[in-house]
Design a protein around this ligand. Structure first.
Ligand code: SAH
Ligand code: SF4
Length: 394
């Protein structure tokens, strides 16, 4: 049943306007669409098929944006391609590097929309936090993105473009399986990825394609605020790890801080998690829990969280996120000893509950949704992280 007012999420399928120069951007197209575009531009079927394969390799394996560098495509064809096509990158408005190595980019689309991406290096991995929308329609009360008025879905090209740009910046071409800095992707930047399902799906398929960027689905995590009807499709059609922004254990509090809860309640979300295709003890679902002082951080909340995760027999890990305040935010972050006590209760029930260490504070990269992911750590590593975080907090 529709819920009146801003609570009822409005999917925003508006596509980006066509390029002013009339050229077609190949970035973000499936291999099949590239072939079709070449055919539509006048090449015969055989030629289009062969060239699509070559172009694909140059774009996603080599990171090339300039047709004249494509040495196995005849020189005479370069101007023809250049007149009709382009291989874009998002425009960088600002790029910052934190003292801890975290990098943040402010990007701009051709129609003047700004969005962010963040790269978080760790000793044994590097995680890119990718945006799926400009702004977000869901208005979670503790989230700065939810206060942005303008919302547009990012195109598949703009989503995969973030990964391409990060590879450019890190000098990680050609794609190679060993020794990469960028090893993991989290769809935890701006926006609700399951409200931009088709574009996110296409972009992640491009990221996972073995002939191109070749990142394993096990190294990709999609975070949702709980768009129940799309969760099964996410598991079946994309197949990446799932993170769910739970943040509360009872209806009143979750209704307040995650208004989407009025539409899809806690129990519905947890049932959808229990049904999530591909989740098991080796691939657990991450439950994100933002720590808000005197709102959701009591011992009873921690015990209720454990009860709920057990009730649905979820292969779960809990990620406790210290609330990252912003000007005008209606909440405060819980005290460090409160966070520690909460973590201990969950942890003693046999569920990993590391506290996320804020990163990139000096460049404001820890804007809440942008964070280090712990989804690929082993149990022992998670425990170590929890212990480390507790020591740091102390
Ligand atoms: N829309 C999706 C993904 C983007 S938000 C979702 O809500 O899951 C990614 C994560 O950052 C979510 O868990 C979100 O609740 C959290 N988050 C947002 N603002 C925050 C803040 N100010 N402090 C801490 N975490 C925040
Ligand atoms: Fe949107 Fe996620 Fe922020 Fe909620 S937490 S407003 S769903 S980006």
């Amino acid at each position: 049943m529709p819920i009146p007012g801003h609570i009822d999420p409005v999917p925003v399928p508006r596509a980006m306007p066509a390029r002013a120069d009339g050229r077609i951007d190949l970035l973000g197209m499936s291999k099949e669409s590239v072939r079709e575009a070449l055919e539509a531009a006048g090449w015969d079927a055989r030629q289009a098929k062969l060239r699509a394969k070559q172009l694909w390799h140059w774009i996603y394996n080599r990171g090339v944006t300039d047709f004249t560098k494509m040495t196995d495509i005849a020189k005479a064809q370069h101007p023809w391609l250049e007149e009709r096509f382009v291989i874009s990158r998002p425009d960088v408005v600002e790029a910052q590097v934190s003292t801890d190595g975290t990098r943040k980019w402010l990007l701009r689309s051709p129609d003047g929309q700004d969005y962010e991406m963040v790269f978080i290096p760790d000793a044994d991995r590097g995680t890119l936090c990718v945006s799926s929308q400009v702004g977000c329609t869901l208005n979670c009360r503790f989230c700065h993105t939810g206060t942005m008025r303008l919302v547009r879905n990012l195109t598949a090209g703009e989503i995969v473009g973030q990964v391409m740009l990060a590879r450019d910046a890190l000098g990680e071409w050609p794609s190679q399986p060993e020794g990469r800095m960028l090893t993991n992707i989290v769809m935890m930047g701006m926006g609700e990825p399951l409200y931009n399902f088709e574009n996110v799906k296409l972009a992640l398929k491009l990221v996972m394609d073995g002939d191109g960027l070749a990142l394993s689905k096990r190294r990709i995590t999609l975070s949702t605020s709980g768009v129940v009807p799309m969760m099964e499709r996410c598991g079946e059609e994309i197949g990446v790890n799932l993170a769910v922004s739970l943040h509360a254990t009872n209806k009143d509090v979750r209704d307040e801080i995650v208004p989407l809860n009025k539409k899809y309640g806690i129990e519905d979300v947890l049932q959808a998690c229990a049904d999530y295709p591909g989740a098991n003890n080796a691939r657990r679902i991450t439950f994100e829990y933002v720590m808000l002082k005197d709102k959701n951080d009591s011992d009873d909340d921690a015990r209720e969280l454990v009860r709920l995760l057990r009730k649905y027999r979820l292969p779960a890990k809990v990620n406790l996120i210290p609330f990252n305040p912003w000007a005008g935010a209606p909440y405060e972050c819980s005290d460090p000893d409160r966070i520690r006590a909460f973590s201990n209760i969950v942890f003693e029930a046999g569920i990993s509950a590391p506290v996320r260490t804020p990163r990139g504070r000096d460049i404001d990269a820890a804007c809440g949704q942008l964070k280090t992911a712990s989804e690929k750590k082993s149990r022992a590593e998670l425990d170590r992280m929890a212990a480390q975080a507790a020591v740091q907090e102390a």
